[in-house]
Write a protein that binds this ligand. Structure first.
Ligand code: SAM
Length: 305
């Protein structure tokens, strides 16, 4: 796909570059905020699974604009620096990373924890959903250590068949849990966001990193919830319905917009996994070796003598 055709196919990708966001995901957080006023009164926030950093950009602009805000961003991948954002490179499912994050909030808890984390998708739905759930629970575990009472937690979920189990776990800690689908999140994707407001852990709950909430014995059949334990949370779509549809292709010259001009990505990836392949390709060294036995028989060979 050429540079321009990607801009045409994915309007949010293109608008992100034009507006200086590092990723199209920025619009998801902005649309969630518009619906739920997530940033109201927030001065301290944690951005889990933050690279390449568009959510951190939004956070630092919305809460760090006066210089009083404090954002801690965490990801497995290296991330280019952002003003007002403290970065930690690490795995949020690891105890050492969780401890490092918590250290930043000693005595001064966070108002907001967000997590846009996504595992490398395998295409096997059950596996992907399971990995996503584990990431969310790791994020929730960290949130229980750093959130102030009444604080807010927003995390990406996959609306798969076991999602009600996650809702139930979230409802244990928050007075309000709902599922939101921003307009900029493709309809064709099972992705949505759990918006959990009013952090209110059960009486006597003591956050304990040595007993993470991760359920390593997770069994999709055993874990099904029924009857009174089944929780159905409200589903809300957010973002103006007249705004761009993330599943549609748009002409490059948008109606009422300025004339199309190609914009390079705001922040190219620092060391993406495909870097080696790109370097080899540039040097013309990526070509597959051709063995004589794999060559098609030439017409000359097959012509009758
Ligand atoms: N919100 C980001 C933004 O706006 O730029 C985009 C996040 S991207 C969709 C998902 C990120 O999750 C990836 O950068 C990936 O490295 C990170 N991730 C996945 N598993 C993780 C883990 N166990 N610990 C930390 N980060 C993780």
């Amino acid at each position: 796909m050429g540079r321009t055709s990607k801009d045409k196919r994915d309007v949010y990708y293109r608008l992100a570059k034009e507006n200086g966001w590092r990723a199209r995901s920025a619009f998801k957080l902005l649309q969630l905020d518009k619906e739920f006023q997530l940033f109201q009164g927030v001065t301290r926030a944690v951005d889990l699974c933050a690279a390449p950093g568009s959510w951190s950009q939004v956070l630092s602009q919305k809460i760090g604009g006066q210089g009083s805000g404090h954002v801690v961003a965490v990801d497995l991948q290296a991330m280019a620096p952002l003003p007002g954002v403290v970065q930690i490179q690490g795995d949020i499912t690891q105890l050492s990373t969780a401890k490092e994050i918590i250290q930043h909030f000693k005595g001064c808890p966070a108002d907001l924890v967000v997590c846009d984390g996504a595992p490398d998708v395998t295409g096997l739905h059950d596996v992907d959903e399971y990995m996503q759930a584990q990431l969310l629970l790791a994020a929730l575990n960290i949130a229980t250590h750093v959130l102030k009472p009444g604080g807010c937690f927003v995390a990406k979920i996959f609306r798969g068949r076991d999602v009600t189990l996650l809702y139930s776990q979230l409802r244990v800690f928050f007075s309000s849990v709902l599922c939101a689908k921003p307009r900029s999140s493709r309809n064709s994707s099972i992705e949505a966001f759990a918006v959990c407001q009013g952090y209110d852990p059960p009486e006597g709950f003591i956050p304990d990193l040595s007993k993470p909430l991760l359920d390593h014995s997770y069994d999709p059949d055993f874990n099904q919830l029924d009857g009174p334990t089944r929780i159905i949370v409200p589903f809300v779509t957010c973002g103006d319905l007249s705004s761009y549809d993330s599943d549609r292709s748009y002409p490059l010259d948008l109606e009422g917009g300025s004339k199309y001009k190609y914009t390079p990505p705001t922040q190219p990836p620092i060391s993406p996994p495909y870097q080696e392949a790109c370097t080899l390709k540039k040097k013309g060294q990526l070509a597959k070796e051709i063995h004589p036995q794999d060559c098609p028989i030439s017409r000359v060979d097959t012509l009758p003598q």
